[in-house]
Design a protein around this ligand. Structure first.
Ligand SMILES: *Cc1c(COP(=O)(O)O)cnc(C)c1O
Length: 436
């Protein structure tokens, strides 16, 4: 990338527009996942041609500094050479067998080395599958039906989770999802994030009925929201007292906030942990794991059934293993990411303050988001009451100046370690030129 011509011009999205027209003829809404649709920010999604390091290149010849990074996996930047090389080499040995491989053991061993409280781990193909399977397992293990989730948290699109969900469900303002049967939704109890009294009340009014509490230990699907001091610890204590399985959904936070994810950062032991995103290095991978006493109820050890034709796929395992190994071998990456993200947040904060634009930045490690409001953002209600029209203007200002943000105020930004100080300064400069 030639730094000097970066942002020098911005070409109209002519090709993207034509592709979007064509896509809509064949694909619902023109996209294979609703969060890509630009529906809340307006305009046409840009069609991507390729990406390398911190930059994205669209079909019209524009380049962008990247803050989505495939919604997380590209923590070391796009087309990271060791991952590309490993995939290329592995493909020669066939892309799938439907029989076990040594690579799957290596993957499990590496994950156990990096993340706490994993006695056994099962690979799946997405974060949705991981969370769905973890909840089924918790139900089978406890012989209870109900679960507690938090408003604005997203755990994938399985039926049980589409109740007051974050991410695209929040972005599209979908109140209740047709197709999710009432009796299924009724078993999902919800409570405001960070509201420990609310959790206690739900447990008290449903004695011996709660199989699991599932939580994003740092929420990233209603923008970035941090757990208040003591909240996760209180959840842990409640679960232990009540025989409830505590599921940390670390699909976003796993291998991002620290090698051992939020569990390591907050020194909280979860019973089951789900992974996705980074774990696949950009290929479709998820995993769920945890305490042996619970995990040994999964088939073929136990009778809680869960399976997958492509689970543990060699190409996906190679990509994931190679990326995780880089993170395992180079712990300095986490302090570099933290420092870069802090510089970015400080710069954006100063730029917006100078303009007198009320805002809140929540940040932890390489997760961050900018909410336009003057109140603290500690739960979904706080996030919803921000000026999200202003976010939409901000999004388009950034996009047309070569900075690619998530197209929703309800999504976290993902910082990659491929970002240079110059990229960060450019992002801050573009922010400083925002005139709402
Ligand atoms: C992305 C995400 C999921 C869903 O993962 P998919 O791979 O999209 O199915 C689940 N939980 C959290 C916290 C996520 O961020």
């Amino acid at each position: 990338m030639n730094e000097s011509n970066f942002l020098a011009k911005h070409l109209p999205h002519t090709k993207s527009k034509a592709l979007f027209e064509r896509a809509q003829l064949h694909i619902p809404g023109g996209v294979n996942s609703p969060v890509r649709a630009f529906k809340s920010v307006g305009g046409t999604p840009i069609f991507i041609k390729k990406a390398k390091g911190a930059y994205l290149y669209d079909e019209d010849g524009n380049s962008y500094i990247e803050y989505i990074n495939s919604w997380g996996p590209m923590i070391l930047g796009h087309a990271y050479q060791p991952v590309v090389d490993a995939i290329r080499a592995k493909a020669e040995d066939s892309t799938s067998f439907g029989a076990p491989t040594e690579l799957e053991i290596q993957m499990a061993e590496l994950i156990k080395k990096m993340a706490p409280n994993i006695d056994l781990i099962r690979m799946v193909n997405s974060g949705t599958e991981a969370c769905m399977s973890a909840v089924r397992l918790a139900r089978g293990y406890t012989n209870r039906n109900k679960i507690i989730k938090f408003e604005g948290c997203y755990h994938g699109h399985a039926d049980a989770f589409l109740v007051k969900a974050g991410s695209g469900v929040a972005t599209l303002n979908i109140q209740s999802v047709p197709g999710v049967q009432a009796h299924v939704a009724q078993d999902t109890l919800t409570c405001a994030y960070n509201d420990i009294e609310g959790v206690k009340n739900l447990i008290a009014s449903n004695p011996n009925e709660i199989a699991a509490i599932i939580i994003e230990p740092v929420a990233g699907n209603m923008g970035c929201i941090l757990p208040l001091p003591g909240f996760l610890k209180s959840l842990r204590e409640l679960c232990t007292q009540q025989g409830i399985v505590l599921i940390f959904d670390e699909v976003m936070t796993g291998f991002r906030l620290a090698r051992g994810g939020a569990q390591e950062l907050y020194s909280i032991d979860a019973d089951l942990i789900t992974f996705g995103k980074i774990i696949g290095g950009g290929l479709p991978v998820g995993a769920f794991g945890g305490k042996r006493a619970i995990m040994e109820n999964i088939a073929p050890l136990g009778s809680v059934y869960q399976a997958g034709t492509l689970s543990g796929n060699p190409i996906a395992m190679t990509a994931g293993y190679t990326l995780l190994k880089e993170l395992e071998d180079n712990p300095i990456i986490y302090s570099e990411l933290e420092a870069k993200t802090k510089t970015l947040c400080d710069g954006i904060q100063a730029a917006l303050k100078k303009k007198g634009i009320a805002h809140r930045i929540n940040q932890l490690g390489s997760m961050m988001s900018v909410h336009f409001g003057s109140h603290e953002i500690n739960n979904f209600e706080d996030a919803k009451t921000c000026d999200n029209n202003l976010f939409n203007k901000f999004f388009h200002h950034m996009l047309s100046n070569g900075v690619y943000l998530p197209p929703s105020a309800f999504e976290s930004w993902f910082v990659s370690n491929a970002l240079s100080q110059a990229d960060i300064q450019k992002t801050i400069e573009v922010t400083a030129s925002f005139n709402p």
